[in-house]
Design a binder for this molecule. Sequence first.
Ligand code: NDP
Length: 281
Amino acid sequence: MPALGLGVFQTPPDETRDAVTAALDAGYRHIDTAAAYGNEREVGEAIAASDVHRADVFIETKVWINDFGYAETLHAFEKSAGKLGVDQLDLLILHQALPGDFERTLEAYRALETLLADGKVRAIGVSNFMVEHLTALLDRATVVPALNQLEIHPYFQQNAAADFGAERGILPQAWSPIGGITFYRDSGHVNALEDPTIGAVAEKHGKSPAQVMLRWGLQHGRSVIPKSTKPHRIAENLDVFDFELSAEDLAALDGLETGKRGGPEPDAVTLETFSREIPEA
Ligand code: NDP
C-alpha cells in the first residue's frame, strides 16, 4: 500500500471523478473512500477511465455500521465492489466499532476474515478502534487487522491507540492528517493549517504547513490520506518526499497535542445516532 493516499470524505459525488483523476495524474496510487461517503461509484469510474492500470491503484473502502453482522458485511462487500466496479478490493475496513453492540462488530470482522480467505479482499482492517476495542477484537480475531484508521493530526495524536496497534503489527493510518477536522467542525480547535509552530517549520523547509503535517505523519511511520478537490492542492500534498524534518521539528509538532478530539467519541457511536442506510450497487 502506498503510504500516502487521496481521501474523499465530503468530496461531493459530482466532484469525485475529477479529484480522483487529478490524483492519479499527479501520481497517487492509493484512494481511500467509504460506503458512507456516497462516492464509491465515482471513484471507480475515475480509476476505470484513467490510463493507470487497475492493479497499480490501491483501493481502500469501509463498511458502515448499518451493514455490520456476518451476512450483512459479506453483502456490504458486494455493494462496495459493485459500485467501485471491481472484483477485488485492496483493503476493506470497519468504519467504526459499535461499542454498544460489540458482538455485531465481531461478526462484521469475521465476515472480513472470510472475504480475505476467499480472495475477495487483499487486506482487512478497522477504523476508530480505541485500545479497548482492539483488545476485545484481538481476543477473538484470527487475522490481525492490517491497519487502524484514526483521527491523527498534531492537535490530536492518539498515541495510545496508535502505539498499542503498532506494537501488534497494526499500522496507524491518519485521517484528517492536515487537521481537516480542526476547521470544518466546531471542535474547539483553531485551524491547524494556521498554527504558528507548524508555519515556522514550513517556512524553514520552504514547504507548506500541509506538507509539513503530512511529512510529520510519514516520518512517524503512519499512512496519511489527505483530502482535497483542488488539483493544485492534490499535487502539493503528494510533494512531500524531497525533504526531511529534523528530530527537533518532529518534537515541535509532537508538542502541539491538545487532548481534544475533533471527530465523534468512538464510544458514542450507535446505530441510533449514526444510522445511514447504504444503497445497493
Ligand atoms: P484533511 O486533513 O485531509 O483536510 C481536508 C481539508 O483540507 C479540506 O477542507 C481541503 O479543502 C483542505 N486542504 C487539502 N489540502 C490542502 C492544502 N494543501 N492546503 C490547504 N488546505 C488544504 O481532512 P479529512 O477529514 O478530509 O481527512 C482526510 C481523509 O481521511 C478523508 O477524506 C477520508 O478519506 C478519511 N477520513 C476518515 C474518517 C474515519 O472515520 N475513518 C473520518 C474523516 C476522514 P479542499 O478540498 O477545498 O482543498
